[in-house]
Write a protein that binds this ligand. Structure first.
Ligand code: FPP
Ligand code: MG
Length: 332
């Protein structure tokens, strides 16, 4: 675990989380476990672990060893669930690249990818439940409940996305509901777990959850903006832009562009050939879809920050604000 060394900075916390994930995935050999280690080793922004840490109540001193030990487990659990969902998402999308590396499906085949995702998923709950040893049964149970619920919402989000495929008549609210489920729920869970493990008041846990939902949706909108951008976004995305168009995933830049270019809806209702992708991306941009979606992401992040400002005496709002900003800064 934390090796007895005080965790003084977010960087040290993330290093401890990474180390713990390595330990959690080290106890067996074989193709599935080896495959499961790769997307963790490939890195990532580790935003969910940072959210767990950022929700530490001020009443818990920085470097408090029991909180740190519990928070490292919770942060690893959040990152493992997130990675499991990406492994399965890549299967559903038939994606060949993730975090700049070949996907498990592309390297080892679909069956290994299904099992690797399941393995990551199960390791998450195995470590979260062990927080009971440092923070007691009640807090560990409450955090486990939060994670179980958000995992269910994640799956519902993916199912909703499948139902919305090539349906350009969906409303912005339908799209935002999908984002709340597939991204907002896990962001919210990360904050709620951190706050619960630190003994925060129930009403504060609720507010942090709402902050997480908004930041998660802002992050997803920013991700969708990047996917609608030009080839220069590949460095930030770790894969080629235009995947949503190819998959038939209707995103906010597309919905906003349809307002200005109604004929776009017809093109988005049918499979898009590779040769059409660049032309459609240009149409989305020219119709103002990217700018409109960008404004929405920024507005959501601002709304999120406004929610937590009144909690400044009990939580590190500077950290929370920084994460909200980071969730949308990639799209500039
Ligand atoms: C990535 O988003 C995918 C998600 C945020 C959710 C995926 C959820 C599942 C596959 C359900 C299974 C859940 C569990 C808990 C194993 P994206 O597709 O918008 O991003 P991308 O462009 O990077 O693929
Ligand atoms: Mg996807």
């Amino acid at each position: 675990m934390t090796g007895g060394t005080a965790i003084a900075t977010p960087a040290a916390f993330l290093a401890a989380v990474d180390q713990h994930m390595v330990e959690l995935l080290a106890d067996r050999d074989g193709v599935v476990v080896e495959a499961a280690r790769r997307p963790i080793a490939a890195g990532g922004k580790r935003l969910r672990p940072l959210l767990v840490l950022a929700a530490r109540p001020r009443a818990v001193a920085a470097g408090d060893a029991p909180f740190d030990r519990a928070a490292v487990r919770a942060a690893a659990a959040l990152e493992l669930i997130h990675t499991a969902s990406l492994v399965h998402d890549d299967l559903l999308d038939d994606a060949s690249l993730r975090r700049g590396e070949p996907t498990i499906g592309a390297l080892d085949g679909r069956s290994v990818a299904v099992a690797a995702g399941d393995f990551l998923f199960s390791r998450a709950f195995a470590t979260l439940v062990e927080t009971r040893r440092v923070v007691g049964d009640d807090r560990a149970l409450a955090a486990t409940r939060v994670l179980a619920r958000s995992s269910k919402l994640l799956a519902e989000g993916e199912a909703l996305q499948a139902r919305q495929t090539r349906q350009p008549a969906i409303t912005v609210e339908d799209y935002l509901e999908r984002c709340r489920l597939k991204t907002g729920a896990l962001f919210a869970a990360a904050l709620q777990c951190g706050a619960i493990l630190g003994g925060a008041r129930d009403d504060d846990v609720q507010v942090l959850g709402r902050f997480g939902h908004l930041v998660g949706v802002a992050f997803q909108v920013a991700d969708d903006v990047l996917d609608s951008g030009d080839a220069s976004a590949e460095v930030v995305l770790g894969k080629r832009p235009g995947a949503d168009l190819r998959d038939g995933t209707i995103t906010l830049p597309m919905l906003a562009a349809i307002d200005d270019d109604a004929h776009l809806a017809t093109a988005l209702a049918t499979p898009v050939a590779d040769a059409e992708v660049d032309g459609l991306l240009a149409r989305i941009r020219d119709a103002g879809g990217i700018d409109a979606a960008r404004r929405t992401a920024l507005r959501l992040a601002e709304e999120a920050v406004a929610l937590v400002e009144p909690l400044a005496d009990r939580f590190d709002v500077v950290q929370l604000r920084a994460i909200a900003a980071r969730s949308v800064d990639r799209m500039h």
